[in-house]
Design a binder for this molecule. Sequence first.
Ligand SMILES: [Zn+2]
Length: 296
Amino acid sequence: MDIATIQVGQQCPACHQLLGTGLQDWHRACGQCSYEGSTLSVDIDVHGVTEVVDEAIREEGLGHLRKQNFEALEADLAARVTAAGGGRPRLLDVGCAHGWFLEAGRDDFDVTGIEPDSRVADIAVARGLPVRKGFFPDVLASDERFDVIVFNDVLEHIPDIGAALRACVRHLQPGGWVVVNAPARTGVLYRISRVMARLGLPGTFDRMWQKGFPSPHVHYLDDASMQAIAGHVGLRLSAVRSLPSISTHGLHARIRTDRSVSPVKAGLVAAVLTVASPAMRVLPADIKVWMLQVTR
Ligand SMILES: [Zn+2]
């Protein structure tokens, strides 16, 4: 089964009520709970956009913050996760991209990555990382079991979130963990983007959902919706932590990666965010990590 191609249903994955249309025609909001989703799907026409984005600029912009976040998350997992059969616990990174999290984890875990973009997977393999090309869970043997399965900026892109989590439960050891690292609905940037969309300025809101990107966001989760979705498949929410989403290091390059932003505007935005950065730390976190554990 290719879970990346299943279209998002009209039913709320958290409470099973029918979803209503939200702030844009593609935006979905649950009237019963806090879940938000989208009907955005992979757009073949925009594949060329990925070639336009300069990979080197992107690496410069995102690299420092992502590596810092991965190191903090890895240390947290190393303290929590134990191997069901003794020895080093097995870690699976779904959508591992260039393998940075595998690199952060390989001293403490027996690591495996899955990456559907074969060009990106080749780069990771060339660097000596154990990465399989293809989709989760197709590339796993039916009897393969892990102690922890990690989704770093991945689960919010998978339309059938329930199917993905059920597949995790099938491939986890008893007491095993699922780690969901994703943008949070309660984050300050997302809340600001909603207010702006209501005021008729939907640009930031569209950007938060990655509208027009090759793989846009189809879910914006919070603690309650994550807990409900996990509960349907035999997982419980055991811990929640947040990660910083703004690092002034490389910020200008990150903004510059977006070709629609002029250099002057990018400089102004970077300056404002640099000044605002200390305040962002005490406001609701934009990136959350939900740690789910098998209940059996
Ligand atoms: Zn709901």
